[in-house]
Design a protein around this ligand. Structure first.
Ligand code: SF4
Length: 467
């Protein structure tokens, strides 16, 4: 009998990537309609973990009202002689993968942003308790990662408890991320790759360097190293840096090779520190997006939790549609919040000097990493909700991009000085048997040649006579 023969639903890799639409969902856990949600892994001492225990704090699936969204938390506690706290992030990220193996159960995103749905069909088949989900996760974890000797899983649906633990989880994520700061890309001999998201974006591979955190924000370079050492054949693997081709853009021959292989030839080059040219691909679970705003020649940032409309009139989900899918799209770039704290953050593009707009919530989170001379020059939704407002704000604060506008204006003028030659309220043109009327026309030309009709006729006449 398979390890899941006693379960009411099927379990397997084939269910990864399965999407559950609202009309098919029985319940939703976390997701955009719920503020507090999280998943967390903690490495504990052997005596602190009751192996195989599944606990539920709050109502179980069968006690929940159908078609509703609920605050939700999952805590996976693990112990093992060789398990180190460094592995917490790696084990935690696998919650996403293993939940998606369950037929009719969908898991998106990570950490404080999780979004799960159970479909009606699987509920009707008997998947009506977190006890079942917990047992499946337990078996999958134990068979894939033998380093885990003991494991207990707690599901939390009681809203007060979720809220309380959510705050604690945020602090734990922050402390974890802070540990990875300080190390430079130049100081390590290997980077790490992750293809966990290929079930949703088949040509995507994250390249995780000390200074370019994974797009999901859940895996640091240290996590990559720890994962590759315990499960080298798993979704996280070492990437030899190879030759440094371009230090400004962050191009390495080893990274190019790996990306080409993992994307099956779709992408052949990656520039790690830019949103343009050959940017790092974006899967679907990025924490934020850097998007180009051509009107001001700057970059906007929006994070997944932003419910409003960004300064260019688009929501996070519309921008995410243009960004996701494992493609390299000029000016649409999936990023993590932690990458915004890196000295390599969009370095090629000007770093923070090129960022013109971001939601206040994210600005507060990363404020201490924004250079002091530019921090007040970057607008949030409170200062600008339209491009015109943004332009005025940037000009008033003398944001560094304003210098770029001036430079561009000068370049444009030098290249092609335009002279208005005709200005008319109605300008009829007759050509090829048609009469075209331009209303309120102003015509500019690079060069104006003035000749009398008489001299033209004479030239033509001479030309004919000479023949
Ligand atoms: S976003 Fe990247 S690092 Fe995170 S799970 Fe997906 S592929 Fe892995």
């Amino acid at each position: 009998m398979s390890m899941f023969g006693d379960m009411p639903v099927d379990v397997g890799v084939i269910y990864e990537g399965e999407r559950i639409r609202r009309k098919d969902m029985y319940i939703e856990l976390g997701g955009p309609d719920v503020k507090e949600k999280f998943e967390l892994t903690r490495v504990k001492k052997m005596e602190e973990v009751d192996d195989g225990k599944i606990a539920i704090i709050g109502p179980d699936i069968k006690d929940m009202e159908a078609e509703k969204s609920y605050p939700f938390g999952i805590i996976v506690e693990v112990a093992g002689a060789k398990l180190e706290p460094d592995l917490e992030g790696v084990v935690e990220r696998r919650i996403h993968e293993y939940c998606n193996y369950i037929e009719g159960f969908m898991h998106l995103n990570q950490r404080y942003d999780i979004w799960l749905r159970l479909n009606k069909k699987s509920f009707q088949k008997g998947l009506d308790s977190f006890e079942i989900v917990g047992k499946i996760l337990y078996r999958l974890f134990k068979s894939a990662l033998p380093i885990i000797e003991k494991m207990q899983i707690t599901f939390i649906t009681n809203p007060d408890k979720v809220k309380e633990l959510y705050g604690e989880a945020l602090q734990i994520y922050d402390a974890r991320d802070a540990k990875a700061r300080g190390l430079k890309d130049e100081e390590v001999d290997k980077f790490y790759g992750c293809v966990l998201c290929q079930s949703f974006a088949p040509t995507h591979a994250c390249i995780i360097t000390p200074q370019r955190f994974s797009n999901c924000g859940a895996i640091s370079w240290f996590d990559g190293r720890a994962a590759a050492s315990i499960d080298p054949k798993g979704p996280l693997f070492a990437v030899e840096k190879g030759e440094l081709i371009d230090s400004e853009k962050g191009e390495y021959s080893g990274v190019n090779e790996v990306v080409k292989k993992k994307s099956l030839g779709e992408n052949t080059r990656v520039w790690l520190y830019t949103a343009f040219g050959y940017p790092h691909t974006s899967c679907g679970c990025f924490e934020g997006i850097a998007f180009y705003i051509p009107e001001v020649d700057g970059l906007g940032i929006v994070h997944r939790g932003f419910k409003g409309i960004t300064v260019n009139g688009l929501s996070f989900s519309s921008l995410a549609d243009s960004t996701a899918g494992g493609r390299q799209i000029n000016g649409f770039h999936g990023i993590s919040i932690e990458y915004m704290r890196s000295p390599k953050f969009l370095k090629t593009d000007g770093g923070w000097n090129r960022v013109v707009w971001l939601p206040k919530e994210v600005k507060e989170r990363v404020k201490s990493f924004i250079p002091a001379e530019v921090v007040d020059k970057i607008a949030t939704e409170e200062e600008a909700t339209t491009i015109d407002e943004l332009k005025a704000f940037l000009k008033a604060r003398d944001h560094p991009v304003v210098q770029r506008w001036k430079a561009e204006e000068v370049a444009a003028e030098e290249e092609a000085p335009m002279v208005p030659v005709v200005s008319a309220s109605t300008l009829p043109i007759t050509a090829g048997g048609f009469k075209i009327i331009l209303k309120d026309a102003k015509i500019y030309a690079k060069k104006v040649i003035v000749r009398s009709v008489k001299s033209e006729k004479q030239e033509k006449g001479e030309g004919v006579a000479k023949k």
